[in-house]
Design a protein around this ligand. Sequence first.
Ligand code: SF4
Length: 374
Amino acid sequence: MAGIYIHIPFCKSKCAYCNFFSLASESKIQDYVEALKKEIIARKTYLGNEIVKTIYFGGGTPSLLSVKNIEEIINLLNKNYEIVSSPETTLEINPDTIDREKMSSLKQIGINRMSVGIQSFHDDDLKYLGRRHDSRHAMQVLDDLKHSGFDKITLDLIYGMPTLTEEKWNKNLDIFFSTGFSHLSAYALTVEPKTILGQRIEKGDLQNISEDDAIRHYNILVERTKENSFEHYEISNFAKEGCRSQHNSIYWKDVKYLGLGASAHSYNGNSRQWNISNLTKYIQFVGNSNDYFEKEILTKEDKFNEYVMTSLRTSWGCDIRKMETDYGERYAVHFLKNVKKHLDSGIMLIKNNNYILTDEGMLFADGIAADLFL
Ligand code: SF4
């Protein structure tokens, strides 16, 4: 089984914290869709004989594409790849780029999961983040989604900004739980130096984020999702039983995936490749030459480290038997030797041969993973 990711790098404006490859312009959408179609055909053998079970339109703001464009892409994928009959097909949307009519048309062409970037229901948080939408748009899109008939809906929220008090964070979570949606992605805000937010903080125009606030918000998040019967199945992801994101789970389970579009990454079990983060060059080169991507062959060590890093982020953790079988005894011995201190300190535990981070341990996942690398 495999997944396909399609990157749509267009947004109405650039959010202050955004570090993704996206452009605040819609003028090249049509040329980009034509280039995407060429890439779909050019890379039809990339996944070998794997059957595709998930399709994910991410961005950027995929809801800026017309329904016709999205349908053309889905049809072309179906024509060129082996895809299960009803794949999980997700589209990321932003509140001010969609209405009920468009939601209904998207449902008819095969989109069956909506991922909405709300981030907060409070205007001052949204202003701090430089989002286009306000709390009124956020509530409107929730109402539209509730009436849309989609079974699978996930919300993105951000915590850790200085404008977000504990009371407001609880209120954001209250609103989410009141929707009855089955999936939540909640991210701690990070400030990258080259973003608008990073520069404004450096100039002293905006207050910086505080790690202590982010930890307090995370603890509230973990407690409240547990109370509401959500499984904390990945550091930033929470789902009701049976409602995990099948697509994102691919990235954490060492499954092959094909990334289409500028800046998209692909993995075929032996190598990783990533498309150029330049719209003009992507449109110019794709289908004509191989200059639109770079590639890295993965060593056994790279694959082991990647396995440790991705599986540690999840509720199923690192399987010691898999390490022995897939990588060999030397790797398993190294892991067991280094994991001991984390078990002793109580931030990791063992469940059925799997080494798992506790809720507290998840706060330090990157550092612990680095410590376990070979
Ligand atoms: S909507 Fe998403 S991709 Fe677009 S600018 Fe904002 S954070 Fe970046």
